[in-house]
Design a protein around this ligand. Structure first.
Ligand code: AMP
Length: 286
């Protein structure tokens, strides 16, 4: 695996690869890699001649300084995992390389970033769009791979690619889960044994909601039951939002009928660890 920390030599290397007619698949990550990340890499390997993975904890997408500081960083282990999975190129730049100057640019995605994560993490998607745009310009991949676990991020990046004509194909990859349903996440590493045992509450809530909505219960009743359940968990488990939204324009729905397939999205805290998850109402959608 070739490893680059700087843009200029990476650019020269990729130009050479493109000159040889190679297609380039890109997987963007913040490291602390798990099987979810590896599934993106495998999807890329299947349809590109070269796969590049980035590891960069992007400061501009963190609205909470403690979350940024405590974000798990496991670069040496990550390198081994990437080698084993057959990654061709790793790009792990410094903050100075990515942000030589404080950026003045901000992004506004209209209704897409005013709901859910956008309400609880102000500025988050602007920071995501900024760093993703930088990576797209630096790497100019043929295809880029994103996880469905971050559904709202996917919707924002689709808009970014379409509106700014990045000229690449976006692919989305289904969420990889632990045996008990917990969506794999780098932040799971920070859960202690007690918190880890309780963390499937988010997945279980989604399963419960899908089941009861399908049986014909109203969304209002399901939301009330979910809120009640979280309220009974004690102070260390907190629900931030639980919404049924249109999976394309992310408009909150009051009913299971929508223009596009509806998706349930959930976020909350176990102790100080923030987790998110989602599930289509029609499980065959993804
Ligand atoms: P992150 O390192 O958390 O920024 O995630 C990097 C990429 O991996 C994003 O496209 C995520 O959506 C994706 N990802 C994270 N967790 C999972 C998972 N459990 N299953 C599939 N993709 C994931």
């Amino acid at each position: 695996m070739e490893i680059f920390n700087e843009i200029s030599p990476l650019g020269a290397f990729l130009n050479d690869m493109r000159g040889q007619g190679k297609s380039i698949g890109l997987v963007l990550t913040m490291g602390a890699l798990h099987e979810g990340h590896i599934s993106l890499l495998e999807a890329s390997k299947k349809e590109n001649s070269l796969t590049i993975c980035t590891i960069y904890v992007n400061p501009t997408q963190f609205n909470n300084p403690a979350d940024l500081e405590k974000y798990p960083r496991t670069l040496e282990e990550d390198k081994l995992k990437l080698e084993k999975a057959g990654c061709d190129v790793l790009f792990c730049p410094s903050n100075l390389e990515m942000y030589p100057n404080t950026s003045l640019l901000t992004f506004d995605f209209g209704t897409l970033d005013k709901v859910m994560e956008g309400c609880f993490r102000p500025g988050h998607f602007s920071g995501v769009a900024l760093v993703v745009s930088k990576f797209f310009n630096i790497i100019t991949p043929t295809r880029a791979y994103f996880g469905q676990k971050d559904w709202q991020q996917l919707a924002v990046i689709k808009t970014l690619v379409n509106e700014l004509k990045f000229g690449l194909t976006l692919r989305s990859v289904p969420t990889v889960r632990e045996a008990d349903g917990l969506a794999k996440s780098s932040r799971n590493q920070r859960l202690d044994a007690h918190a880890r045992a309780r963390a499937p509450i988010f997945y279980n809530t989604l399963c419960f909601a899908v089941e009861t909505l399908k049986k014909g219960q109203s969304l209002t009743d399901v939301k009330a039951a979910v809120t009640d359940n979280f309220n009974q968990q004690g102070d260390d488990i907190r629900l931030e939002y639980f919404e049924l939204v249109d999976s394309v324009n992310l408009t909150p729905l009051t009913d299971v009928e929508g223009e596009n397939p509806p998706i349930l999205c959930i976020a909350g805290y176990i102790g100080e660890i923030r987790l998110i998850d989602n599930m289509f109402l029609d499980l065959s959608t993804n």
